[in-house]
Design a protein around this ligand. Structure first.
Ligand SMILES: [Zn+2]
Length: 72
């Protein structure tokens, strides 16, 4: 998951005091420390990708699966 504030793949689910995790709240684990509603973060990332596509720009590498060993 990419943080819409800093653009890094450093988001983690918010851990709950009683154990487990809140699947709707993400916390950025680097210097930005942004706390996100999962859907709001996703919407901002999708908006960014749409704008870049409309401008004819390449998809940022952080959003590409191959860079992280996945399959496109
Ligand atoms: Zn961040």
């Amino acid at each position: 998951m990419v943080c819409a504030n800093c653009g890094r793949r450093t988001l983690r689910r918010k851990e709950l005091p009683q154990g487990g995790a809140d699947f709707h709240v993400l916390v950025c684990n680097n210097d930005c420390h942004t706390t996100w509603d999962r859907d709001e973060n996703a919407a901002l990332n999708m908006r960014l990708l749409l704008i870049l596509q409309l401008l004819g720009r390449d998809r940022p590498a952080v959003f590409c699966r191959q860079e992280y060993g996945g399959v496109n």
